[in-house]
Design a protein. Structure first.
Length: 281
């Protein structure tokens, strides 16, 4: 597939619907279909592919998203740097609704999600992935993080630099005990979709970073009834406009030539299968 994008953004139609010249691109992958078509367009002189994480009708719950197909699809149209914004709950009283966190660490508490391309199963073309263990000490691309932080600050949004995103299986919210436990570990925010996006991006040599918009205080960090879906949607709706502005400026600030180590995640190991975008920089 030709290079139709250089940057991937995982987010719904609220992010791309008003861009000029948006093209819908259907992609199939060896791991099945992504959540939806990709929507490519030009933004700040950069070619961007948007992918609605939950599908354009928001019909996929977090645990049913085909994360492998999503990241593969973005890479196959040429994206090498990916921004994955998501809504989260705050695990500290000071991270109330409207807080923006750009995490630098991640804890995986998901349970059922395929989170590697190298699971020994043959692909439809008969090739078999080798066993590969990628480094994941620092799950996020620092260049992407800095682009998001700079963009947020330019718009007067004092984003939290660093912190730990705890990703839970969902689709339910945490119990009060779970939430207190997450907070007691010193983790910052809790969400349902930031993983396995991060590790799959790493396996494909993509840069990946996340912007976490706090929509609620998680059950253990507040004293009320606990988080509701309605509250999350309301706060997200109130903030989606400025999140979009920050996201677009972050896209503009991403380096045109990557100088981070994300592209070398396999360290020269032969993966046994042809990875999308292999050899591109
Ligand atoms: Zn990177």
């Amino acid at each position: 597939m030709s290079e139709q994008a250089e940057i991937g953004v995982i987010g719904g139609s609220g992010f791309y619907s008003f861009l000029d010249d948006v093209t819908e691109v259907t992609v199939e992958t060896p791991y099945g279909a992504p959540s939806d078509s990709l929507f490519t367009g030009e933004l700040a002189g950069r070619r961007v592919a948007f992918l609605p994480r939950h599908g354009r009708k928001h019909h996929l719950p977090p645990h049913r998203i085909n994360y492998r197909a999503n990241m593969w699809a973005l890479a196959s149209v040429g994206a090498r740097q990916v921004l994955g914004p998501c809504a989260v709950g705050g695990l500290r009283a000071e991270y109330g609704p409207g807080t923006l966190v750009v995490p630098d660490q991640l804890v995986d508490r998901t349970k059922s999600r395929a989170q590697t391309y190298f699971d020994g199963e043959p692909l439809p073309d008969g090739t078999v992935p080798h066993v590969v263990h990628v480094t994941f000490a620092d799950p996020y691309c620092e260049s992407g993080r800095q682009a998001s932080l700079a963009a947020a600050r330019e718009h007067g949004w004092d984003a939290v630099d660093g912190g730990t995103l705890c990703v839970v299986e969902g689709p339910r919210f945490s119990s009060r005990a779970e939430s207190l436990w997450h907070a007691a570990q010193g983790w910052s925010v809790v969400g349902m979709t930031g993983h396995p996006e991060a590790v799959l991006a790493r396996e494909l040599g993509l840069c990946y970073s996340s912007l976490n918009l706090v929509t609620d205080l998680d059950a253990g960090a507040e004293t009320g009834e606990g988080v509701s879906h309605e509250e999350v949607l309301r706060v997200f709706g109130e903030n989606v406009g400025r999140l979009r502005t920050v996201l677009f400026d972050a896209v503009a600030k991403l380096p045109r030539k990557r100088e981070c180590a994300c592209g070398d995640a396999l360290g020269g190991i032969d993966p046994g299968i042809e990875l999308p975008g292999a050899g591109r920089e």
